[in-house]
Design a binder for this molecule. Structure first.
Ligand SMILES: Nc1ncnc2c1ncn2[C@@H]1O[C@H](COP(=O)(O)OP(=O)(O)O)[C@@H](O)[C@H]1O
Ligand SMILES: [Mg+2]
Length: 296
């Protein structure tokens, strides 16, 4: 089996699209990537005028139907990257395109599952799940029917009248998952969705997300700081450098067959081999990130 290693160097997108055009792939009607961040830079300026460049010239592509995870040390810019993909944050330079069209404003092709708690405490599980449909003008009866269906799919059938404070952490994450998927987005953005869960609940949810994904094959950009989770879930894992000036420093194709059970896949020799290869790249960045945070 091939040694795991960075699969391709980050290439300026101008070259990439020229190469695609030359190969006739686009002309032949190949689908443009679901998401393409092209040399995006993101500089934050604090109140006292100090600039911090969280991300510099980062290029990242997610093909339609592809499951891509991004790993990197805490504070390196993972959420920043996702916010740019969601259209919630404009890059200081560079561009974002969605299925080949330049992204302006919010990314309406994407559903976003946030890192923290995002349920509205005054709404029941069902009313939380249907909120997006209601805001989009879907008739109430239809929204409720779809909401019940999605609650069942995420294992919350019968819990539709529970309020967030009446649900466990895992149940709230399930409700958030239904809330994200009910609008059937072509791109799913997830920011460390299960990091707050205990390991058993987490693995259950990871398997459920994989089942749902296998059935629909939407593009997924999945942020995690957990390398095991990234490898178990993904088609490709992208490693970010420690901040500032964060950018991808390695990209690994996860050639482990599907369907996968996230708990069992960790025992496979290929998983361990990939883990070692990726960790060799990630470890130094984690140490750098830790050192910077300690100094700060
Ligand atoms: N709105 C903001 N203003 C200033 N700095 C920010 C802002 N958002 C994020 N940052 C900084 O950018 C860096 C990356 O943050 P973030 O993307 O949240 O990291 P991660 O998700 O990888 O933990 C951090 O140093 C953080 O403090
Ligand atoms: Mg984050």
């Amino acid at each position: 089996m091939a040694e795991p290693g960075p699969m391709r160097a980050q290439q300026p997108a101008a070259h990439a699209s020229a190469a695609l055009a030359a190969s006739g792939a686009l002309a032949a009607g190949a689908q443009p990537p679901a998401l393409h961040l092209d040399r995006v830079t993101c500089t934050f300026t604090s109140g006292d005028g100090v600039a911090y460049t969280a991300m510099r010239e980062a290029t990242l592509t997610v093909a339609a139907g592809e499951f891509v995870s991004v790993v990197g040390p805490t504070g390196c810019g993972k959420s920043t990257l996702l916010n740019m993909a969601a259209g919630l944050l404009r890059p200081s330079s560079g561009s974002v395109s969605v299925f080949g069209a330049a992204l302006q404003g919010v990314n309406h092709r994407a559903g976003y599952m946030f890192q923290g708690e995002a349920l509205m405490p005054w709404r029941s599980a069902l009313a939380n799940v249907t909120a997006g449909l209601e805001f989009a003008g879907v008739a109430r009866a239809q929204a409720r029917e779809q909401g019940r269906d999605w609650l069942r799919r995420v294992g919350l059938g019968g819990f539709e009248n529970r309020y967030p404070h009446q649900m466990s952490g895992g149940m709230r994450k399930r409700a958030m998952l239904a809330q994200t998927l009910i609008r059937d987005p072509d791109i799913i953005l997830m920011d460390e969705p299960f990091s707050a869960l205990d390991i058993q609940t987490r693995q259950l949810m990871e398997n459920e997300v994989l089942d749902l994904w296998m059935a629909r094959r939407k593009a997924v950009l999945f942020i995690t700081h957990d390398l095991d989770e990234a490898i178990a879930m993904s088609d490709r894992v992208v490693v970010l450098s420690a901040g500032p000036d964060t950018h991808p420093i390695g990209e690994f194709v996860i050639d482990i067959p599907r369907p996968r059970d996230v708990a069992e896949v960790r025992m496979q020799p290929r998983f361990i081999e990939l883990h070692q290869g990726i960790w060799a790249v990630l470890r130094d960045e984690v140490l750098k990130g830790y050192e910077r945070q300690r100094k700060a």
